[in-house]
Design a protein around this ligand. Structure first.
Ligand code: ATP
Ligand code: MG
Length: 442
């Protein structure tokens, strides 16, 4: 239950979106498809749908310390080379932000932390203010007239006319609405940083996600350096698009070939490792799924899922026991997705099953093979979407064989450059991918 204080009618005055509300012919409205501001941070631009749309409001959520401020300061530094940017912080002092900016701008990793930076490195169109009162922020916006406004964070801004404290439901909602009005009438793009709750949703009312045009989540394991920027709502681009970054001292560095990065530390021919191809939005991603079985010493066998859905693991374990005949009833089973990634797609089922079976039988999965397919309760393999994109990515990374579900309709030929083995059941798939002698492999 959240208390919402009723406000006086003057405070709740109506604002119209564009300042003028006369019907106009659509063909007379200004605007082009290509009106986006380009961004050379390609991964970020891709998640947005190709660049920053003027007048759009983008909400970026993420766990504490994941790198939200870092990413947006990087965007600010870059955008300020072509347009005026106003960075409003309610969380850090100007000095702290300057220190971070200098760190992000440092060109070579070898430079000593104490070394002086030439001041010319900081673009002159980047303005900074530490302010939490939204009335004041809007005044600053009117004075500076930025093309891009960054608010860090929406939970720290408040409207003095409302009686509730900053971060409360009504404050967050009304502040976001006011910022949206400003964006839609003035044309400035607005990036809002949002805190997330313990459950992982953006703190504040659910309506916040309706008010804004785009909702992005920055996720990742805090102990690992990879960060995924995922779009969950986008009025100007595809959703569930992902950008991959690596958190370094110089900030968020784009990972342009994430599959290669995630497979870099793989041990070839070790039992209990299988390669899955998942789709993150429109992008195929190769990930290593690891499985480990070990005899249960006492009590009930344990099942531990890291990066895959727990219930999915139980289902696959049951299918392996009943349909393939592996005696997993007295085995502890651990499954882990390498790189701190989370794979929630059924297409990874086959690789999870193969990783477990591979560890249980102590036979490695063929090193040059990728596995794609959803496992059904009868032990059958089911087709998944976007096969050509997945196979193409695997082929381009040098994989030679793909084990996939048998097609019911024979349409076009499979992707060139990779041998495709179609199988009907999980049992057949395991027969093909587990190496029985030491001869095979990459
Ligand atoms: N000198 C440094 N070298 C490498 N990484 C650093 C350095 N300083 C900070 N970081 C990384 O930056 C992260 C903090 O980033 P940032 O402040 O952007 O997070 P945030 O999401 O804005 O957090 P908050 O929600 O607390 O505002 C730290 O977790 C740390 O990993
Ligand atoms: Mg921050």
């Amino acid at each position: 239950m959240v208390e919402e204080v009723k406000t006086s009618p003057t405070a709740a005055r109506k604002h119209s979106l564009s300042g003028r509300s006369t019907p106009r012919r659509l063909d007379e409205v200004e605007g082009n498809i290509e009106d986006r501001l380009p961004l050379s941070l390609g991964e970020f631009a891709r998640v947005l749908g190709g660049g920053v749309v003027p007048g759009s409001v983008v909400l970026i959520g993420g766990d504490p310390g994941i790198g939200k401020s870092t990413l947006l300061l990087q965007v600010a530094l870059e955008m300020a080379r072509q347009a005026v940017v106003l960075y409003v912080s309610g969380e850090e002092s100007e000095r702290q932000i300057k220190m971070r900016a200098l760190r992000l701008l440092r060109q070579d990793d070898e430079a000593q932390p104490g070394e002086e930076q030439p001041a010319g490195d900081i673009p002159e169109h980047l303005y900074l203010v530490t302010e939490t009162n939204l009335e004041m922020i809007l005044e600053h916006v009117a004075a500076v007239n930025p093309s891009l406004l960054i608010i860090d964070s929406i939970q720290t801004t408040y409207l003095p006319e409302l009686e509730s404290s900053a971060g409360s439901v009504s404050q967050v909602r009304d502040c976001a609405s006011r910022l949206r009005e400003m964006a839609k009438s003035g044309g400035a793009a607005v990036f809002l940083i949002g805190h997330v709750t313990k459950e992982g949703a953006i703190a504040g009312p659910r309506v916040l996600e309706h008010i804004v045009d785009t909702v992005l989540y920055l996720e990742g394991d805090r102990f690992q350096s990879y960060r995924l920027l995922r779009s969950v709502k986008n009025r100007f681009g595809a959703t569930s698009e992902v950008g991959v970054f690596e958190m370094r001292e110089r900030g968020m560095i784009e990972v342009t070939n994430p599959s290669e990065a995630f497979l870099a530390e793989r041990m070839i021919n070790a039992p209990g490792s299988a390669i899955a191809v998942t789709m993150e939005g429109t992008r195929p991603l190769l990930v290593e799924v690891q499985g480990l079985t070990s005899p249960t010493s006492f009590g009930n066998p344990r099942r531990t899922a890291n990066g895959v859905d727990f219930n999915r693991l139980l289902l696959i374990t049951a299918v392996l026991s009943r349909r393939v005949g592996l005696h997993l009833g007295e085995q502890d089973i651990f499954v882990n997705v390498v790189g701190g990634l989370t794979v929630d797609e059924p297409a990874a089922d086959l690789s999870i099953a193969a990783a477990i079976a591979s560890s249980f039988r102590n036979l490695p999965v063929r090193a040059d093979t990728i596995l794609i397919g959803e496992v059904g309760l009868s032990g059958e393999l089911r087709m998944v979407r976007q096969m050509p994109a997945r196979l193409h990515e695997a082929a381009s990374l040098g994989f030679k064989t793909a084990i996939v579900p048998r097609r019911m309709q024979h349409g076009e030929a499979w992707t060139q450059g990779i041998q495709v083995i179609e199988v009907r059941s999980l049992r057949q798939a395991l027969d093909h991918c587990l190496v029985k002698d030491d001869a095979a492999g990459m």
